[in-house]
Design a protein around this ligand. Structure first.
Ligand SMILES: [Zn+2]
Ligand SMILES: [Zn+2]
Length: 224
């Protein structure tokens, strides 16, 4: 199944090819709508062919440009109900760090919530259990994978590709453990859930595509 990375600043968004059109996963930080449009033009994709926008979780770097991108695409937005309420309130939530770098960035974030603000956006579809994407022309499911936030969702395609938001990150050689997490103790079980259901490669929102064989760094046990 075709998955295209659309980098918006430091956040990867992903396009999944559907039977007719595309599904978009995540919408980048604020002020990224123009960059998104340029990349669609380069890919020769009409924004109106995006049939659904899935939000993995409500952090500002995933929903900052959602309002503008949504109006460009005219498609419904899907999120977990807990994240939906944050998106609909336009609330900037900064999660706690899980290491020194995370703690520093988290501290900075908590002191700049004003500039990280984003437009309130309506969420049409809320999902808090497995959700079949077949009606959207994609052989895959959405699975709740809590850990980074309580309402984090992942998209698992039938061929093993998994788009995981911030459940894993890939910019350190030592660990793929996210540098922020509201429920760090749940990260391992969400990784395992995806792997048990057939995930062979993770597409993180921060960092490069990550084959499961390279996945490392559950803090407690040292391995998955
Ligand atoms: Zn996040
Ligand atoms: Zn993020």
């Amino acid at each position: 199944m075709k998955v295209i990375t659309v980098p918006l600043s430091y956040t990867n968004c992903y396009l999944i090819q559907a039977a007719q059109g595309w599904i978009l996963v995540d919408a980048g930080r604020q002020s990224m709508a123009r960059s998104f449009r340029r990349q669609l033009d380069r890919l020769d994709i009409d924004p109106q062919d995006i049939k659904l926008i899935i939000i993995t979780h409500a952090h500002f770097d995933h929903v900052g440009s959602l309002a503008q991108i949504k109006s460009m695409c005219a498609s419904p937005v899907l999120a977990h109900p807990r994240e939906a309420s944050i998106i609909e309130a336009g609330e900037v939530v900064i999660p706690p760090g899980t290491n020194l770098l995370g703690n520093m960035v988290s501290w900075l974030g908590r002191h700049s919530t004003r500039i990280l603000g984003f437009a309130k956006t309506k969420v049409e579809i809320t999902v808090d259990q497995e959700y079949d994407l077949t009606p959207f022309g994609v052989a895959g499911i959405i699975i709740p994978t809590p850990g980074h936030t309580p309402g984090s969702l992942s998209v698992l395609l039938e061929d093993g590709q998994a788009i995981v938001g911030d459940l894993a990150m890939n910019f350190s050689r030592r660990t793929n453990f996210p540098i922020f997490a509201e429920q760090p103790a749940q990260i391992a079980s969400s990784w395992e859930l995806l792997i048990n259901k057939g995930a062979t490669v993770f597409y993180p929102a921060h960092g490069r595509r990550l084959p499961i064989s390279d996945l490392r760094g559950i803090k407690e046990s040292g391995s998955v």
